[in-house]
Design a protein around this ligand. Structure first.
Ligand SMILES: [Zn+2]
Length: 241
């Protein structure tokens, strides 16, 4: 399709029912149903373009807050459960990388790693965090699921580019690995949100009241994700890629 709209990617989707704009840091995507005409796409764009561009600017401004030193530089930090903590990397003559966490992240990397150390470090952190989060999500699920019989068939911790979680038609739940870095209550909210989708497949009033039965104050966690989520995704986009 012809695109005379720099900075906006148009994607046709068989699943899309309406035209919509999806704004992520640095990217605006227009999702269009297969049946939408070129003219409908263009007029939709014209109408909403300045809103979308404003959103992108807003997100870029937020990202600057997070631009600290690189992971291997002195003063490096990582967020962990909502709090920025120091990251210390040491070398070992051994062959295995190791991660420990208490007041800071302590990572031991084999010294033979050499060039590309930063990408090895990212991979090591990503695997460790995913593994840790799997246990944590299982625990949260056990705490909330029995109340209304919302038992997931499987739980997966995944790298997800634009979502925090999802619930498949058979009750398989996917959770974004980055939620280990967000406050505990935010992780809990996303787990509950996806569990509630086992019964309520949409975002109807019935769905939200089910969420509220588990977590009456969930609006705060939703707001946290809205405010901080895009920057978190952007900052860790290269992890686990
Ligand atoms: Zn949902």
């Amino acid at each position: 399709m012809s695109i005379e709209t720099p900075g906006i990617q148009v994607r046709r989707s068989a699943r899309a029912k309406y035209l919509r704009l999806v704004v992520r840091p640095g990217i605006i995507e227009l999702v269009a149903p297969l049946a939408a005409t070129e003219r409908q796409v263009q007029s939709f764009l014209q109408k909403h373009r300045s809103w979308a561009e404003g959103k992108v600017r807003e997100m870029d401004a937020k990202l600057k807050v997070f631009q600290g030193p690189g992971l291997l530089e002195p003063g490096a930090t990582l967020p962990w459960r909502g709090r920025e903590i120091p990251l210390a990397v040491e070398e070992t003559s051994g062959r295995r990388a190791n991660v420990r966490i208490d007041e800071c992240f302590s990572v031991t990397l084999p010294s033979r790693v050499g060039p590309g150390r930063e990408s090895v470090l990212k991979q090591v952190l990503y695997s460790w965090i995913r593994h840790w989060l799997r246990g944590e999500v299982a625990r949260l699920s056990l705490a909330h699921a029995p109340r209304h019989g919302l038992n997931p068939r499987a739980i997966r911790i995944k790298r997800m580019v634009s979502r925090w979680g999802s619930c498949g038609p058979r009750g398989d739940i996917n959770i974004n690995w980055l939620l280990a870095l967000a406050p505990e209550t935010v992780l809990e909210y996303v787990v509950v949100h996806e569990l509630c989708h086992i019964r309520e497949r949409n975002h109807s009033a019935a769905f939200w009241s089910l969420v509220a039965e588990h977590l009456p104050g969930y609006a705060l966690e939703r707001a946290w994700l809205k405010r901080n989520g895009p920057a978190l995704m952007q900052r860790f986009a290269e992890f686990g890629a």
